[in-house]
Design a protein around this ligand. Structure first.
Ligand code: NI
Length: 247
């Protein structure tokens, strides 16, 4: 075989290996949520939004958020960091048991775009294995830390990549009043809201936003549920920032 043919063959094999590696984690399985119970005939009308929380869990703040969400009958999505899962395993199982969605946010909160393939798999696949052992699922969506990613991240993800469309930058000032107004001023049907469940002010922001928006007719769902409501199937490696009704 000529040199370029060998390279072509090696490249093709690598592509096939990548494709096979990507299969077990997705496609999407039907969500646990009973869509009828979430609004029955009103489902097509919405409006629907997904609250997402990064960087946890944290023993001091996450349970307060889970209590508040449970009191309001609201489901959210938690993109967890592997090193914070250690010691908080019961919180993860509580999230799963209460209908929340758990997603990947790497083991050490690393910038995925800066990692080589081996480190990428350590950061993402090790966390995925830990979560699978804890909650018995294999399919987890991925949120890259800082939203930073490149083509290699998308190729390696073996998961849909979930960014956000509403960001009050809650880490910057821990000011609930300001964060609530930023969210309420811009939020629309199908938005994905970014908060962090590691700050008490952000927990308070989330619960205040839920109360105001529910009174305005919004429904809070997980990212998975939002896909199901829109009739869309999340695809591995594809980037999603929001799921408005028209797209
Ligand atoms: Ni983060």
């Amino acid at each position: 075989m000529t040199c370029w043919k060998k390279r072509l063959k090696a490249g093709a094999l690598a592509l096939i290996a990548l494709a096979l590696a990507a299969v077990p984690y997705w496609p999407w399985e039907a969500p646990d949520a009973d869509l009828e119970a979430m609004g029955g005939a009103k489902i097509p009308d919405g409006p629907y939004v997904a609250l997402t929380f990064d960087d946890g869990p944290k023993a001091a703040t996450t349970p307060i958020l889970l209590d508040g969400l449970a009191q309001r009958g609201v489901h959210a999505t938690f993109f967890v960091v592997g090193q914070n899962v250690e010691g908080n395993e019961l919180l993860l199982q509580r999230m799963e048991g209460e209908g929340h969605q758990i997603g990947l946010h790497t083991y050490h909160h690393k910038v995925l775009a800066e990692l080589n393939a081996s480190d990428f798999y350590t950061e993402v696949d090790e966390l995925r294995a830990i979560l699978t052992a804890l909650v018995g699922r294999e399919a987890f969506m991925l949120r890259p830390p800082y939203g930073m990613m490149n083509a290699a991240t998308q190729d390696r993800a073996a998961a849909p990549i979930i960014l956000w469309s509403v960001d009050p930058e809650d880490w910057s000032d821990r000011d609930t009043d300001r964060q609530v107004s930023v969210i309420l001023d811009s939020v629309k049907d199908g938005d994905i809201i970014l908060l962090h469940d590691i700050y008490p002010a952000s927990v308070e922001t989330a619960l205040q936003v839920v109360d105001v928006m529910m009174a305005r007719g919004f429904h809070f769902v997980t990212v998975e549920e939002l896909f199901a409501i829109r009739g869309k199937t999340p695809e591995n490696g594809k980037v999603y920032r929001k799921l408005p009704p028209s797209e």
